[in-house]
Ligand binder design. Structure first.
Ligand SMILES: Nc1ncnc2c1ncn2[C@@H]1O[C@H](COP(=O)(O)OP(=O)(O)OP(=O)(O)O)[C@@H](O)[C@H]1O
Length: 287
């Protein structure tokens, strides 16, 4: 066993106390010395956090949700998941939907994505009232306009990364060579060029989520919806996925809406929309 200072009978040292002791406990003199050391009369600078100025909103709405209601029926029981939600999201915005468990986040995301039907109200995406589309047209619209990312990735287990990424292009009937070129470029974009022949089980959780994001972008949808995309990842990997979303927004102009429980990740978005009991909490109100 190696001797640490305390093992060797030395008292535990407190660097702040040591620093003050060198000024005979004169705190003012210590602060003045620190200021002088940092080259001015200002307080010493704290390590900079990556704070970004708020991005101006364009006002060009890609999503318009009007008085949206969703009631689930379970036998004779009714569960009101959304009780009249209205919101607008701009083209190129990165928005986080937050709120307590059961507040209606996933329900709202699914309705925006046309994965479920509302009980009332409407959703417009990219100028189309999706509630008015037939199932076949809605399915085509989703394939072209919306990319989906989920907590558990949902990659095809028997397909290698490149083929997995090509799947939305197969549904869109994109010629094979073209979709392969698109997949290859996106795999590079998400930092997985050296994993292109891997099966999902040969990748880490973070890599699988990057793969799912590449796949979601294959048809270059203007909108990406992600439900708890970091929910199955450790915090550092989760943060790197949020950085990837930021890059996708900046490089492709993609509008991104994520559902997340993680407040620190939500703060990285351009805007947070908080739900409580199926309603939007007005900004400035603590739910
Ligand atoms: N398919 C369903 N059938 C019945 N009730 C449902 C269904 N899906 C959701 N609910 C109910 O609707 C409400 C909102 O659920 P939702 O999943 O949208 O919340 P959430 O905010 O995403 O929750 P979490 O953060 O736990 O995922 C909850 O009370 C839930 O129990």
């Amino acid at each position: 066993m190696t001797d640490s200072p305390s093992d060797a009978g030395m008292p535990n040292r407190n660097p702040v106390a040591d620093f003050l002791a060198s000024f005979d406990g004169d705190v003012e003199a210590a602060i003045a010395a620190l200021r002088a050391h940092h080259g001015g009369s200002r307080a010493p600078a704290l390590p900079a956090l990556p704070v970004r100025p708020p991005r101006p909103r364009s006002g060009d709405h890609i999503i318009t949700v009007s008085d949206l209601h969703k009631t689930y029926r379970m036998g004779r029981q009714k569960v009101a998941a959304l009780g009249g939600v209205s919101l607008e999201i701009d083209r190129g915005e990165f928005v986080a939907l937050t709120g307590a468990s059961g507040s209606g986040k996933s329900t709202l995301l699914q309705l925006i994505g046309g994965l479920d039907k509302p009980s009332g109200g409407s959703v417009q995406v990219d100028g189309v009232d999706i509630g008015r589309l037939s199932d076949a047209k809605l399915s085509r619209f989703r394939n072209q306009t919306i990319g989906f990312v989920f907590q558990f990735f949902y990659l095809q287990p028997f397909l290698r990364l490149t083929t997995n990424t090509e799947v939305p292009g197969m549904f869109a009937r994109t010629p094979r060579q073209q979709r392969r070129a698109q997949a290859t470029a996106l795999i590079e974009e998400v930092g997985l060029a050296d994993r292109s022949k891997h099966l999902p089980k040969e990748m880490s959780g973070g890599q699988m989520q990057r793969a799912a994001i590449a796949r979601a972008l294959l048809n270059r949808p203007p909108l990406l919806l992600a439900d708890e995309p970091t929910g199955n990842l450790d915090s550092a990997t989760g943060a790197s996925i949020i950085e990837l979303f930021e890059r996708i927004r900046d490089e492709f102009g993609t509008t991104i809406v994520i559902v997340t429980h993680d407040e620190s990740l939500a703060r990285r978005a351009d805007r947070t929309i908080r739900l409580s009991d199926g309603l939007i909490v007005p900004q400035g109100v603590v739910a």
